[in-house]
Design a protein. Structure first.
Length: 196
């Protein structure tokens, strides 16, 4: 039986750029990725996403927006990874810097290093970048080989604010503070969470 866990993955955005991190140790070493990891006891998904971003990059998220849900069956490492994907346009990056786990770097959207990312990223990341929520499932035979996958659009991301970032469903940036639960099989909530 596979080890089953929930994880977060968060992409920091500004204008036509995205912040990625080069993984320096652990699972995914040598790959560019967003920031995230495991949920600790007592944390909501959003709290975990915010904590992981700060630990790995020094960036403090003020709001996060749910954009997708991905399930990875990793046969070689015997893992079932349920990944809750967020983005963040409202943050404090004054302490942006390298951690012992990640080396952050801003990329223009046209220069995202897809060849240096996980093999599934070129499949689903363009869907997110064109403004769509998504649900995906990827079957890996080893950490570099996708045997099968499915990916579905779940509608447009939340509306865009004047500053270029997402807004809550009511059209007000940061509307509400309710945490979003695990995505249902057919939907990805678009709630914006305001960090405490």
């Amino acid at each position: 039986m596979k080890e089953e866990k929930d994880y977060t993955l968060l992409f920091v955005r500004k204008d036509d750029e995205i912040l990625l991190g080069m993984k320096k140790r652990g699972f995914g070493t040598g790959k560019w990725n967003g920031f995230g990891g495991k949920i600790e006891a007592g944390e909501t998904l959003e709290q975990a996403a915010i904590r992981e971003l700060q630990e790995e990059s020094g960036v403090v998220a003020k709001t996060v927006n749910r954009v997708g849900y991905l399930v990875f069956h990793m046969d070689e490492s015997n893992k079932l990874m349920k990944v809750h994907v967020y983005d963040c346009w409202d943050y404090d990056a004054s302490a942006l810097g390298e951690s012992d786990e990640m080396r952050p770097k801003w990329f223009a959207l046209k220069d995202i290093p897809l060849e240096g990312m996980w093999p599934d990223d070129p499949i689903w990341l363009p869907l997110y970048l064109k403004g769509q929520c998504f649900l995906g499932r990827f079957e890996y035979s080893d950490d570099d080989t996708i045997e099968d996958y499915s990916l579905t659009e779940q509608g447009p991301l939340a509306q865009t604010s004047a500053a270029g970032g997402p807004q809550g469903p009511t059209g007000v940036a940061g509307a509400g503070t309710a945490a979003v639960g695990v995505a249902a099989a057919n939907e990805v909530p678009k709630t914006v969470f305001v960090s405490p």
